[in-house]
Write a protein that binds this ligand. Sequence first.
Ligand SMILES: O=C(O)CCC(=O)C(=O)O
Length: 293
Amino acid sequence: MAPSPPPEPSFDALKPLKVQGLPPAGYYIPNFITEEEEELLLRKVAESPQPKWKTVGSGRRLQYWGGTLTKSNILVPEPMPDWLSAHPDIVARIDTFLDVAAGLPENSDAHALGVNQVLVNEYQPGQGISPHEDGPAFRPLVATLSLGAYTVLDLHHYISPSAPSPPMIPTEGSVGRAIAAVPLGHVLLMPRSLFILSGSAYSAHLHGIAERSADWVVRDAAVQSSTVDADGAPPVVVANAPLLGDAEVQAAIASDGGWRAERGTRVSLTFRHAERVLKGGAFAMVGGRMQRT
Ligand SMILES: O=C(O)CCC(=O)C(=O)O
C-alpha cells in the first residue's frame, strides 16, 4: 500500500521565502531553474505533438503530462516525459526541495507533494485565467514554474452575496459562490521562479490572472487605486516584492513611478498530486491499441 503523506506539511525551512500578507501560505523562490533549463523546457513544450494541445477560454493553450483526470477525478496515469523526469529532472527536484523544506527524512517513501501530474499553460499577452480553485482532486500543495515571461497572479476570496453592494465577479461553472472583485493580493511571478501555493491559500481561496497585456507594479497602496496607465493597467502592489531576487525590478517598484512592463508569451508548468490514481499502471499505445504498461 502506498505510504500516506503528512497531512499538511509545514515548511519551516522556507520561512524566509514565505510571501507575507497573503493567506497562508505562498512561497516564492526566484531563479529555481537556470536560463538553459528554461530554454530547454520551452523548446520541449513547443515541440510537443499537436494532439497534446487543448485550447480553452480566450485562446489559452494547455497540455497535461502524467495523465488526465476522469469525470470522477481519478488520474489515469501516463509516464512523465524524459524532459520533466530526467533531463532536466525537474519533477524530482521539486519533490526533493519540498520534502527537505517539510523536514521529511531522507529516502522516505512519502513525499510532501509527490508530483504525478504537470499542467502546462501558455498565455499570450492579454490572455489570463479566471479566478478558480484547483479543487479537492489534488493535494492542497502545488508548485508553479514560470517560463519565458513574467505575470501577475491574483489571489481572490469568496464573499457573502448578502453583503451590502459587494463588488463581485460573476461566478462561472461549478463553484457558484460570490467572489470579491478586488483581489486579496497579487504576486509577481518572474521567469524561472517557482511559486508554491499551499494550505488555505490553496483550499479556501481562488487564484487567477487578469486578462491584460501590460502591468504597473507600485510600492504601496497610496497610489490612487482609480489610476490606470496608458496601457490600461491599474497599479498593483505585489506581496512578494522583497523576494524577487532582481535588484533592477525591485528598485523600479520602489521608485515613484513604479515598474511598468508589457507581458510576453508565458508558459507555466504547474506540478501537482492527484489524490486518486487509477490502479494497474500507466497506459501506452502498443501496436495501435491502448494498453497498460
Ligand atoms: O499559470 C499560472 O501561473 C496558474 C495556472 C493555474 O492556475 C491553473 O492552471 O490552474
